[in-house]
Design a protein around this ligand. Structure first.
Ligand code: PEP
Ligand code: MG
Length: 880
């Protein structure tokens, strides 16, 4: 049987999301439950994959099925595509498996041409209808040119602006039928001018080009960035939905809107949305006109509003989640154009999850599973200092479109935002409105402020998705984008001026208002408690200072998985002694310098044990190459020479001798301890003495040091260093006359260690995967320089994500899985964790759960993310 590439809405349902995309599956489901959906069809995601396999073209079989779908649509709707008597106009819209708001393309009013327009007008002499027809026609030419043929929007916008100026009107709706007719002609001329050919008048050709454009949009740069940020595989492809048009721009009895069943900013259980009379969908989203709140629709269209409220209830009860819906009213009758689980801010996600549990819609496990861990990040970011905020007076107010607080210097373009952020400036991106081209600039900014647009404008939706603070639709701003300045409350702001914005209240302030860290409380605390109940993985933190450790504990860390001891050497009071150690000629000299460092290290470790209050602490011994510590300034070199009683030249010669061609694969990690065992001795003494002291003060705490040897590739290396550690530790414990358990383990961060994990485990009491180095060594490229070529790899579809951020499960993951298995076979009590950056990345955490690690360790602010991701992994596992 031939492949089935096209499904009528009546043939699908919500379980077919992979094949029909989210929008297609939900249109089918809404059809099944009897909601008013204009009946059309979905071209499958498989057709998208086929389009790429066929060299980016739609093959005849797919096209024939599309036209068959059109035929069925004609029968259902009693109209004919391209007919000059009763024409059927359609929308063509993308719809991937996971929703990607604003990332791909939509074409409305397809099927129009000069003949169809003339027929439509002839059939209805009402002048408002004529206006509507030309409005639809000019919209179609504009969208088709922009989306399908990639002629920039701006050419058409300029023509509209010119027309409005000539006619002395402010809004598009004030343009007459005649104005719009002239505009449509001007648009076609512009199309020909730009592309050197006539605008396609054949509806079948329009359809083919439009479907191809949607498939092509799956691979556009902004979709690629969005997918990378949201873990959406390229291989999924997008579906295309073709639907008969219903016209919100038909007359003043018509309109269009976007709504959420609950507030996507706060989670409050009340209908939230926006509505525009006499408009088409893109007017609401584009923020061209500022829409009215949905509640006002009740006065304008009472019957349609009442029906819509009923639809909202039906959908929430059906999907058991907050819905985001697009709808249109044509001649007072309601049509549903889309529904999906709505994107929401992190606070809203938590509130909605808790409310859904309380309302009986979800179990705790389901509630935990529905929150995107990456979203929590925004909650952990700063808010305005309450006292400072009280003192500040707003200079303006827009809509609180995406919560959080931001302050910084004003920039006016996405490019400037990127450039300024790269040189370390905090910026607030101020724009008339944002568009998908601005996405990288929006990512670089602390906050986004727009003059136009509502809660569902591009700026608002995208900022919420990113967790970036955003205030939209501040109409009081008098903007001059071209000259990079704006006026607000009588003051002119230029590039670099300082402002603060509050994405919750929508307030805008002059100057910088200091921010403070957030805490876990309320619904956040409730969801995290559920997460803790269901997860199997422990979550530790990477922390080198008591302050970081304390923060991490507040955020739920259950221990330290990695303390990088070298960070302690950089501090002012100890770097001198450390440099003396490096520049020693003899063991005695080195020991003398190390003796100066020992009390500092011991003090640092004591503070860490105190901060951890009996939770485990893994201390990793000196790791980086020594040249990272040597002075570069002449004055510092001189100081060191004096301290060592050597000449400046002698010191310089030592520094030169530390030069390595490949320092990351050089004299570092356990190799330092093999060459200079006295360093390992000193570090062991510091760890054990600190533990003994803290245990003395807190006899009820479990203080059992975990000493971790880095960069081991051979069991003999580990044994060599371990022997030094054990001899020193045992001597310290004996000298103190106490009992103390301790463990010696290793990082697995060299492929050879993973390959020989059964041998390594004969010496190691625990493994901790250092996936930063393990990724570097497995791929064979530098963790510090990969950024230079990764973009090219993304463009060439070699990689879909940064392997240093998201674990490469196929390669690096295989090494890990094998190491755990081999290690545990030899030593069943072996405990295993991960402390590379991947320990805070949700998909990597899921993998760690799957391969049976005991814990993940990540930076303090990622601890809640890891807790939630670990719970989700356990819940998903259980449901299998
Ligand atoms: C690692 O390599 O993953 C690791 C945690 O150690 P570092 O980043 O200090 O090399
Ligand atoms: Mg490492």
């Amino acid at each position: 049987m031939a492949n089935k590439w096209v499904y009528m809405f009546s043939e699908g349902d919500m379980t077919m999301r992979n094949l029909l995309g989210g929008k297609g599956a939900n249109l089918a489901e809404m059809t099944n439950i009897g909601l008013p959906v204009p009946q059309g069809f979905t071209v499958t995601t498989e057709a998208c994959t086929q389009y790429y396999e066929d060299g980016r073209q739609i093959n005849d079989e797919i096209m024939a099925q599309i036209m068959d779908g059109v035929k069925k649509m004609e029968e259902i709707n009693g109209k004919k595509f391209g007919d000059s008597e009763n024409p059927l106009l359609v929308s063509v819209r993308s719809g991937a498996r996971a929703s990607m708001p604003g990332m791909m393309d939509t074409i409305l009013n397809l099927g129009l041409n000069d003949d169809v327009v003339a027929t439509m007008i002839k059939g209805n002499p009402d002048p408002t209808f004529e206006r509507f027809v030309y409005d639809s026609y000019r919209r179609f030419i504009q969208m088709f040119s922009d989306v399908v043929m990639e002629v920039g929007k701006k050419y058409f916008e300029q023509l509209i602006d010119k027309m409005k100026e000539e006619k002395g009107v402010k809004y598009d709706v004030d343009l007459t039928a005649q104005d719009l007719k002239i505009l449509a002609e001007q648009f076609k001329a512009e199309y020909k001018n730009q592309l050197g050919k006539d605008f396609p008048s054949d509806p079948v050709e329009q359809m083919k080009l439009a479907v191809e454009a949607v498939f092509r949009s799956w691979d556009n740069p902004r979709a690629n960035v969005y997918r990378r940020d949201n873990d959406i595989p390229y291989s999924w492809g997008t579906a295309v939905n073709v639907m008969p048009m219903v016209f919100g721009n038909l007359n003043n009895e018509s309109g269009t809107g976007v709504a959420f069943t609950r507030d996507p900013a706060t989670g409050e259980n009340k209908l939230m949305g926006e509505f525009l009379i006499n408009a088409q969908g893109e007017d609401v989203v584009a923020g061209v006109r500022t829409p009215m709140p949905i509640a006002q629709m009740e006065q304008e269209f009472p019957e349609a509003y009442a029906e819509f409220v009923k639809v909202c209830d039906t959908l929430e009860n059906h999907y058991h989640d907050m819905q985001d819906m697009e709808f249109t009213v044509e001649n007072k009758k309601l049509y549903m154009l889309q529904c999906r689980n709505g994107k929401r801010t992190a606070p809203a996600a938590l509130k909605i999850a808790c409310d859904l549990v309380d309302e009986g819609h979800k179990t705790e496990e389901e509630a935990v599973a529905m929150i995107d861990p990456r979203n929590l990040d925004t909650l952990l970011h700063p808010q305005f200092d309450a006292a400072e905020l009280k003192k500040a007076t707003p200079i303006g107010k827009g809509l609180g479109a995406s919560p959080g607080a931001a302050c910084g210097k004003v920039v006016f373009t996405a490019e400037d935002a990127v450039e300024w952020a790269e040189r370390g400036e905090k910026v607030v991106l101020v724009r008339l409105e944002t568009s998908p081209e601005d996405i990288t600039g929006m990512k670089s900014a602390q906050g986004i402020l727009t003059v136009r647009g509502g809660m569902t404008s591009h700026a608002a939706v995208v900022a919420r998705g990113m967790g970036t603070c955003c205030v939209s639709g501040c109409g009081d701003i008098v903007m001059d984008e071209e000259n990079k300045k704006f006026e607000l409350a009588g003051k002119t702001y230029t590039e670099g001026s300082e402002i603060s914005i509050d994405g919750t209240t929508g307030n805008i302030y002059d100057g910088l208002i200091p921010t403070v860290d957030a805490t876990i409380a309320g619904e956040f605390g409730r969801v995290m408690a559920w997460a803790d109940k269901y997860r199997k993985l422990k979550v530790r933190t990477n922390a080198d200072t008591p302050a970081d450790a304390k923060k991490a504990r507040e955020l739920g860390a259950e221990g330290i998985g990695l303390c990088r001891t070298e960070h302690m050497f950089f501090e002012e009071d100890r770097i001198a002694a450390f440099r003396e150690m490096i520049c020693s000629d003899t063991v005695e000299e080195r020991e003398e310098a190390l003796a100066k460092i020992l009390p500092y290290q011991q003090g640092d470790f004591e503070a860490l044990y105190e901060a951890l209050e009996g939770n485990p602490v893994t201390i990793r011994f000196l790791d980086p190459p020594l040249h990272e510590f040597v002075p570069t300034e002449e004055a510092d070199i001189k100081k060191l020479a004096e301290a060592k009683g050597k000449s400046v030249e002698e010191i310089k010669a030592i520094i030169d001798s530390l030069h390595e061609f490949n320092p990351m694969m050089g004299h570092r990690g356990c190799r330092l301890a093999v060459t200079y065992p006295e360093i390992a001795k000193m570090q062991t003494s510091a760890v054990i003495r600190a533990a003994i002291n803290v245990k003395k003060n807190h006899p009820d705490w479990t203080v059992e040091p975990e000493i971790m040897i880095p960069l081991v590739g051979d069991v003999k290396e580990l044994k060599n260093v371990k022997d030094v550690v054990v001899a020193t530790a045992d001597a310290e414990i004996a000298a103190a006359g106490v009992e103390m358990k301790y463990e010696v383990g290793t990082m697995i961060e060299i492929p050879r260690a993973a390959l020989t994990a059964d041998q390594i485990a004969t010496e190691a009491e625990f493994f901790c995967f250092g996936t930063n180095d393990l990724t570097q060594m497995t791929f064979g490229f530098s963790r510090d320089d990969a950024g230079k070529f990764l973009d090219a790899y993304y463009d060439a579809k070699i990689y879909e994500s940064d392997p240093f951020a998201k674990l490469d499960q196929t390669g690096v993951g295989q090494l890990m899985e094998m190491a755990v298995e081999k290690g545990k076979k030899v030593r069943p009590s072996l405990h295993c964790g991960i402390c590379g950056e991947h320990g805070g990345d949700p998909s990597s955490v899921e993998f760690c759960h799957k391969i049976g690690l005991d814990y993940v360790s990540c930076s303090p602010f990622r601890v809640p993310i890891a807790r939630l991701a670990a719970a989700q992994a356990a819940i998903a596992d259980k449901s299998k």
